[in-house]
Design a protein around this ligand. Structure first.
Ligand code: EJD
Length: 405
């Protein structure tokens, strides 16, 4: 009964997780949107949505499209997950809700107010270290020197983990985000280290390891108050370390790459530094650091004129939805500070929408503000290099020249 339903949707045979597509997903995104509201991907025999309307509809319908069966290609109903499932990401109401409430409060704009001044000062300090006080023109690799350096300087401290072993954070996240895709060469190459990386990350989640006053300790306090169970606390800390590092690094890379390739927009930011926040959201829309996510149909569900059969995985192309001309207009491919990017699905939508988005925005605002003060003009000095990941759209290297103010 399910086969004929799948058969009626237009079929695309391209593997969205092959190296060529991961290196440049834009042509496939276009092809998927043009093919129809629901597309059959023959490589994995799954249905996919690439138009804004269906991606948005699937994201907000948590009853119809569940997360507890896994938000990767692996179906937790029939296959073993590689790590104990997340209490937030890989959960549905009612189990999802208490952990979500706890993190939402700890990461709320109100709670982050106490970090703001510190992070703005940390960004100034980093920018001073990178550009010094000598020459007026400085060549950098924006990835290692800024977009990795800044989150690694502020976020692990904010969580409260020790210094030792922090070099594991990015490789752990890189493997985790690969595992949401198929078991291709990217996953296989990560597997030898995966057990050690997960073990290290899990050890940082213990009460006795976490510094007082940090997000981690706050999670343990919530357990003491009874807001969550004590044995849930370590897994909720793990969510911070899983979702909070690579994502912000690649989000910051996206916005710096956007500015380096759109000098008129950098000039605009320099004139209006308050545009830093909207610039970051526009870059998240434009680049979609989190490209794709899966859900699982809990019953036969009508969407886009087709039926998704119960138990089937669907793939949502967040990056494609964020450039859908039907929603964003003919200029959807342009990075434009004049646009209102709100409603983008780069942070998801609905009950699972990124709980750390205010942390990400604060990091971006701090770094962009410090850069806008010192840097008059940014330009690429060589070809940027992609880092391939099954979920994340990311840069390995962004060689830039900064002309200082
Ligand atoms: C994620 C898309 C976790 C976890 C939560 C969220 C993500 C990853 C891991 C960030 C998904 O709870 O472990 S962007």
């Amino acid at each position: 009964m399910s086969a004929p339903t799948l058969g009626r949707a237009p079929t695309i045979d391209v593997d969205p997780f092959c190296d060529e597509v991961l290196a440049d997903p834009i042509p496939l995104q276009r092809e998927l949107r043009a093919a129809g509201p629901v597309v059959h991907l023959s490589t994995y025999d799954i249905l996919a949505f690439a138009r804004y309307e269906q991606v948005h509809a699937a994201l907000v319908d948590w009853q119809g499209f569940q997360s507890a069966a896994g938000v990767g290609l692996t179906n937790f109903r029939t296959e073993q997950p590689w790590r104990p499932p997340s209490l937030l990401l890989e959960a549905d109401p009612p189990h999802h809700d208490a952990p979500r409430r706890v993190l939402q409060k700890i990461l709320s704009p109100r709670a982050l107010r106490s970090l703001r001044e510190k992070w703005f000062a940390d960004a100034e300090e980093l920018v001073d270290e990178v550009f010094g006080h000598g020459p007026r023109v400085v060549d950098i690799d924006a990835v290692t020197e800024l977009t990795e350096a800044f989150p690694l300087r502020v976020f692990p401290d904010a969580v409260g983990i020790p210094q030792e072993g922090r070099e594991n954070l990015l490789p752990y996240g890189d493997h985790l985000f690969n595992t949401f895709g198929p078991r291709n060469h990217l996953v296989e190459e990560g597997e030898p280290r995966a057990g050690d990386l997960l073990a290290w990350t899990s050890r940082q989640c213990r009460r006795d390891v976490l510094a007082p006053g940090g997000f981690g300790a706050e999670i343990w306090s919530a357990a003491d108050r009874g807001d969550i169970l004590v044995d849930q606390a370590p897994l909720i800390v793990r969510s911070l370390l899983s979702a909070g590092v690579d994502t912000t690094v690649h989000g910051l890379s996206a916005v710096l790459h956007a500015f380096a390739t759109h000098p008129d927009q950098w000039a605009r930011l320099r004139e209006t530094p308050a545009a830093a926040r909207v610039a970051f959201d526009e870059a998240v829309r434009w680049e979609s650091p989190v490209q794709v996510f899966f859900r699982t149909a809990t019953r036969d569900i009508e969407i886009g004129g087709r039926t998704v059969p119960e138990g089937h995985k669907i793939l949502m192309f967040l990056g494609a939805a964020n450039r859908d001309e039907q929603h964003w207009g003919a200029e959807a491919d342009r990075f434009d500070l004049g646009r209102d990017p709100s409603g983008h699905v780069g942070f998801g939508m609905g009950i699972h929408q990124c709980v750390g988005q205010h942390v990400a925005r604060l990091e971006a605002e701090a770094l962009l503000t410090a850069l806008a003060r010192r840097v008059e003009r940014l330009e690429p000095t060589g070809p940027p290099r992609r880092h391939l990941n099954n979920t994340l759209r990311s840069w390995e290297s962004l060689p830039l020249r900064a002309h200082l103010a």
